[in-house]
Design a protein around this ligand. Sequence first.
Ligand code: NAP
Length: 485
Amino acid sequence: MICLVLSGSTIEENISQFKRNREYVDLVELRIDLLHESSRSLASKFPDMVDLPVILTCRRQSDGGKYVGSEKSRGALLESCLDGNFAYVDIEDDVKRSAAELKARERKVRIIRSRHDFTGMPSDIFHRISKIAAKGDIPKMAVTPQSVLDLITLFRVKTELAAVGEKIVLGMGDFGFPSRILYKRVGSMLTYCADTPVAPGQISAQKMKELYRADTVDDRTHIFGVIGNPVLHSFSPEIQNPGFKGINFNAIYVPFHVDSVRSFFILAEMIKISGVSVTVPHKQNVLPYLGKITREVKQIGSCNTVVRAKNLWMGTNTDYYGFVDPLLVEIDNKNIQSALVIGAGGAARSVVWALRNHGCKVTIINRNLDRARNLALETMAAFDSLDNATKYEHVDLIVQTTSVGMVPDSDNDPIPDFKFNKQQTVYELVYRPKYTKMLARARESGCKLLFGIDMLIRQGKLQFESFTGYHYPKRLEQTLHLEED
Ligand code: NAP
């Protein structure tokens, strides 16, 4: 079930949140601690105003809520609200037998016994869940995994506690995010969503239902994802998930915040992940885990796509092809023969190798000169310092591969004094914003522009082919765009 947390401060606001989200959710949670005091007396009427089951919750501050009164007054408020037709009431695990609990039992309202941990995971999480379930209540554990190993513990709940039918288990924060999406694989009866997040990692109900289709996950769903650190901002779920839906492939694509690639591959075996995209900083870290790699991965020393092949993981690099594809005709026509590559990081490796393999003369300029030198030696390119950019104003192609200009750093330009001319092609790898400061200058000079977002989509489509064996659905291509465009 997908549960919408109503975060409004009045009943009217909550009704409009409900209406906006009705088609995406199966039940709602009314957070009376978030209501203005004047609206709290109306809470008992709320369940009759909506046509879905309602959870009644009054969260105190220590558990991430807004209720500031005494425990006695909180108990009394819950008890009076229970005059309404609530389906569930959330009472924290440490609250002793209360009048609200007695009233809930009398009125056959199911009790959710919750525990929140905003800094870590209780070491006895399995025991706690079993203990609450033994009393006939629904255990709820909202915890904060601090590593992929903690996330593995959450995914073990499903098998270790298979006998506990109804339970709510979710990981908050970056490491916990996959457990919110793959809640069925964690064994949780529901996942929480909100228009305005009231806990770390919550997303909108529309995203949960339409982008991730989290409620359709079953035992046969293939799990794919993107691993990185940070990764939750990644655009890749918005490429892959609609593609899976478009070809009727029972699969889901989830971002995994990864501290240790080694732990991730343990998780991948455990929950049978079928393939992943790999982003910063793991493109090199994954190499030791790959049983088979393509020629480009070997040459570049960097892998951005991993798929499960028979008994081994296979690594490819779609950045390489996603980058070079729109240049091939111009390179063939000899309109592009020389290039200036700004940056010498992971992305620059694919760029420089692709240009060199296609016969372009390349100069790499970078802030850290040693890094530029090393990549230049490997690829038989030239190198220089970033400060000398203006020496190369005559080149046919300028490729910007550093993270300079990316939001929130969008006022910066890595080569502010460089003068473009209209014969040049300028290729920006940063994809947020679409027009970086540097690219906006190149546009003013009349240059031909190539965008980071288009490269991202091209490489994503190639990953889709590796994941599914099918072409990306053509009709979906024009729907791929960033929210800010
Ligand atoms: P990376 O390996 O961390 O390399 C970062 C590069 O940026 C290095 O050359 C670094 O120079 C340079 N840099 C960082 N901050 C700088 C600053 N303040 N001034 C000057 N140079 C600076 O990262 P990456 O994987 O190469 O990714 C770089 C960018 O490319 C990111 O924005 C990423 O989103 C984008 N990218 C886009 C696509 C796509 O499909 N559009 C694909 C891959 C990457 P030093 O060596 O001196 O530190």
